[in-house]
Design a protein around this ligand. Structure first.
Ligand code: G6P
Ligand code: ZN
Length: 602
């Protein structure tokens, strides 16, 4: 409307399109929506909820108000995500609201695509053409939840350190959503073309506003190159002995995978599966586990119904927003709990970024104790935190932790403040390259399976499995948890019940609800999952998921430690069967949920 001048400026061969349009600020009256409380990783709801008039706008304004004028006026905000359905509309809305709220610059990855770890990297590392640095980010994703018009959308805010907003801020956001009366939005600001890189500049009542659309992978790639020895990974990937496969499940990691694995490291294009991002993830569930990453699982020779004559030596998958990872060897599954332990055990030798030593390591409570054993052997600082990456972020900001991981297919390090799926793959490739540095010319390849078995032989093996009961009745799930808490008041009673179920499991010696006092800020997090700890080191953990969008999801984590190297080669479901039976009967799972089997077993 107030378009005063449009010109195109060719400098350094880079196309900077400056649209000097004027915009005004419009105030829009609104009323609160119920249930805009951000969960573990932001606000996640069905698309049909998000597309209600004012729904997204209320949440975004509530966020700006929670951040306060000082953090908003003049800010430089990254706005991007995993490309799921409704992202493109959301980017335009947020950009216009940012302009109206006095934000100075919005940075958008090309086509609105940036993995969650890439957003974190961009916030921490990218320098704009005018020398600017980002002050925060809106990440548009519902992570591993399905996408599409009938599925999930999500939004979360990350701070200047590149990590998720702390609870102090998310609580304020929620409070604001319950009282919101108006939001502001720019009128006369045209929709931004997010498919072409370049900076567009606009004039508002408070001065200039720039929209910078930039290449999605350059900054992230630069960071990865500063961490890993790319030439040695390249040598591994080009060896005829080695073969590689990466499945992005149609999520955003595909964009980064193509650039890093194929264009930079020379992997064959055919090693990429589902690496073109889709708004609905091809109708699939973009969660990298043995159930949902079906194609990869089949290619790697792990499918029960399909036999694969010659699977690749290494395979990996990512979730929708690219922060999760699953690592597989030829016909071999690496549990996420083992993965982080193995990365920690080899990092100093295999990854240049860690050559000076590790500051410490950490895992979430339900993650197996494989990492604990490594920490003990290597005399490293060790932390057990509640589920949720933000707890690691605090330790990292304080310089107390270098590598961390979770059973939920999350692994990462202090290079950013999110977990990082591609980083984990590069870490494994580095370890493989290191172990094979003298083998690529002659001799047998040291495989993923060899590395894991060697690790078990040295440190013992933590048999581990997780049972998920998705979308069960929320009332029933609560009752189940209450039942388990009540049982904890008498360990003798618990042991009597257990002996009645199976006589071949050891005694429970301790049971509690996990509670965590953050060593950095002293904050206390209660009710972080119910634990039953057994005399022989086995554990049963029960938790309610914090990331679902409908009903409740109960997670049951089962773990058993085996030090005896003659007993480390068993099938994990077989060796855990007695504990599984105890867990299901003790918790009265079927009674409370009406389910005779879990939705997913990992
Ligand atoms: C997200 C968080 C992780 C966390 C996971 C737990 O992915 O980033 O840190 O482990 O959610 O999900 P849950 O559904 O078990 O609460
Ligand atoms: Zn994710």
């Amino acid at each position: 409307v107030f378009l005063s001048l449009v010109f195109i400026n060719f400098s350094f061969g880079y196309n900077i399109i400056k649209e000097m349009a004027m915009f005004k600020v419009t105030r829009v009256e609104t009323t609160p929506f119920e249930g805009q409380k951000p969960g573990t990783s932001g606000l996640r709801k069905k698309v049909k909820v998000f597309i209600q008039p004012h729904y997204l706008q209320n949440f975004v304004q509530a966020t700006f108000n929670a951040l306060g004028v000082d953090r908003v006026k003049g800010a430089t905000l990254v706005v991007s995500g995993d490309g799921r359905y409704y992202s493109k509309d959301a980017i335009q809305i947020i950009t216009k609201m940012a302009a109206a709220n006095g934000v100075r610059r919005v940075w958008i990855g090309q086509n609105g695509l940036l993995s969650t770890p890439a957003v974190s990297a961009v916030v921490r590392e990218r320098v704009g053409a005018d020398g600017s640095k980002a002050t925060g980010a809106f990440i548009l994703t519902a992570s591993h939840n399905p996408g599409g018009p009938h599925e999930d959308f999500g939004i979360k805010y990350n701070m200047e350190n590149g990590g998720p907003a702390p609870e102090g801020i998310t609580n304020k956001i929620y409070e604001n959503t319950t009282t919101i009366k108006e939001y502001v939005i720019a009128e006369g600001l045209p929709d931004v073309d997010i498919s072409t890189t370049g900076v567009s500049s606009f004039d508002g009542p408070e001065g200039k506003f720039d929209v910078d659309v930039f290449d999605s992978t350059s900054d992230y790639l630069k960071l990865m190159k500063s961490i890993f020895d790319f030439p040695s990974i390249q040598e591994l990937l080009s060896s005829p002995k080695f073969s590689f496969c990466y499945d992005a499940l149609h999520g955003v990691a595909g964009v980064h995978a193509k650039r890093i694995f194929v264009e930079e490291l020379g992997a064959n294009e055919s090693s990429l599966v589902n690496c073109v991002p889709k708004e609905d993830f091809g109708g699939g569930h973009p969660d990298p586990n043995l159930t949902y990453a079906k194609e990869l699982v089949a290619r790697m020779g792990l499918s029960k119904t399909h036999s694969e004559p010659n699977p690749p030596e290494f395979g990996a998958a990512a979730d929708g927003d690219g922060d999760r990872n699953m690592v597989l060897g030829k016909r071999f599954f690496v549990t996420p709990s083992d993965s982080v332990a193995i990365i920690a055990a080899n990092a100093v030798q295999a990854i240049p970024y860690f050559s000076g030593g590790l500051k410490g390591v950490a895992r979430s409570m339900p993650t197996s104790a494989a990492l604990d054993v490594v920490a003990k052997h290597l005399n490293l600082k060790f932390f057990e935190v509640p589920t949720g990456w933000k707890f690691f972020g605090n330790l990292m900001d304080a310089g107390m932790c270098s590598i961390c991981g979770e059973e939920s297919f999350g692994t990462g390090s202090d290079h950013i403040r999110e977990k990082d799926g591609i980083w984990a793959v590069l870490a494994w490739l580095s370890i493989l390259a290191y172990k094979n540095k003298d083998n690529l010319g002659g001799g047998n390849l040291v495989t993923v399976e060899d590395i894991v078995r060697q690790h078990w032989a040295t440190y013992g093996r933590h048999y581990y499995t997780r049972y998920d009961y998705e979308n069960v009745d929320a009332g029933g799930a609560k009752e189940l948890m209450a039942h388990l808490v009540k049982l904890q008041s008498s360990i003798d009673e618990v042991n009597k019940i257990i002996k009645g179920i199976r006589s071949d499991v050891s005694n429970v010696v301790h049971a509690d609800e996990f509670e965590y006092k953050d060593p950095v800020d002293g904050s206390v997090s209660k009710h972080q999952g119910i634990r039953y700890l057994f005399e022989d080191g086995s554990r049963l953990v029960f938790r309610l998921s914090g990331t679902g969008s409908e009903g409740a999801t109960i997670r049951l984590y089962i773990e058993q430690y085996e030090k005896d190297s003659s007993k480390i080669g068993k099938d994990s479901q077989d060796s855990l069967a007695p504990l599984v039976e105890v867990a299901l009967k003790l918790s009265k799972m079927q009674e409370y949920t009406g389910r005779s089997a879990p939705t997913v077993i990992t």
